[in-house]
Write a protein that binds this ligand. Structure first.
Ligand SMILES: Nc1ncnc2c1ncn2[C@@H]1O[C@H](COP(=O)(O)OP(=O)(O)O)[C@@H](O)[C@H]1O
Ligand SMILES: [Mg+2]
Length: 246
């Protein structure tokens, strides 16, 4: 059964139609690659699913119930987490503090409520271990490699044990070794029953970790295929429009 179903999603920004009748579904434990040229509507689709803004029309269903997200918190409560393109981390804070940013653990000391750093570092350490990342909770994010920063962003999404993790271009600006680390993290998410939508320009990444690939062109979905039933050449043709649809 599908975890998330999008029916006929459109999104206009004034005269710009960023999304035009997009259908998409994803099941638990599945990773879908979302590809398309710059401006194709990939980030807009992620933001609609993450509750950043509502679609102009169309329906979002989770576990076969219609949902309406008015803000990111609504989507988060429904089990959807997003890793933004820029990761949205605070460089001056530790890895552990970043994982808990905005939902810090507190403890009561007499009449006072204090931040419970030991508990946060312990939980963050457990999340990094689960993700098989070497990231240490007390290290400052400023001093971290791209792959470690990714692990922090992904650990943050896992705090609430989401059903669906959205990743917008997570490997756009990191080294080859760090890319391997991020792809391993995506495999871990799948193994633990999470659904993942990976927005990427990198064909090898999508073919390595995704089960399906969906291609957007000028706001419309032009293909949705099993990875085993397509090829990088076909997907490239679909992205640039040399192949109309598949
Ligand atoms: N907040 C916004 N306001 C106006 N136009 C936007 C906004 N966000 C995206 N767009 C436009 O929507 C289209 C799709 O953009 P986007 O979803 O960012 O594409 P992609 O992520 O595939 O590169 C583009 O034409 C872009 O300029
Ligand atoms: Mg984008």
């Amino acid at each position: 059964m599908s975890l998330l179903i999008l029916n006929n999603i459109t999104k206009s920004f004034g005269a710009i139609q960023a999304l035009n009748g997009v259908d998409l579904s994803i099941a638990a434990g599945e990773a879908v690659g979302l590809m398309g040229d710059n401006g194709a509507g990939k980030s807009t689709l992620m933001k609609v699913i993450a509750g950043n803004f509502p679609p102009t029309s169309g329906e979002i269903r989770i576990d076969d119930k219609k949902v309406e997200f008015h803000k990111p918190l609504d989507a988060r409560k429904a089990g959807i987490e997003i890793v933004y393109q820029d990761l949205a981390l605070c460089d001056n804070l530790t890895a552990g503090a970043n994982v808990f940013l905005g939902r810090e653990l507190k403890k009561k000391v007499g009449p006072f409520s204090m931040l419970d750093y030991p508990a946060m570092y312990e939980k963050a350490g457990a999340l990094f271990a689960e993700l098989k990342s070497e990231t240490r909770p007390r290290d400052l994010v400023r001093q971290m490699s791209g792959g470690q920063r990714q692990a922090v962003a992904i650990a943050r999404t896992r705090l609430s044990d989401p059903k669906l993790v959205l990743m917008d271009e997570p490997t756009a600006a990191i080294s080859v070794r760090q890319v391997a680390e991020v792809l391993a993290l995506i495999n871990r998410l799948k193994e633990t029953g999470h659904a993942v939508i990976l927005v990427s320009h990198r064909m090898p990444d999508v073919f390595e970790v995704c089960d399906r690939v969906a291609v957007l062109r000028r706001g419309a979905k032009v293909a949705d295929k099993k990875i085993s039933e397509t090829s990088p050449e076909e997907v490239t043709g679909l992205i640039i429009g040399a192949i109309e649809a598949a």
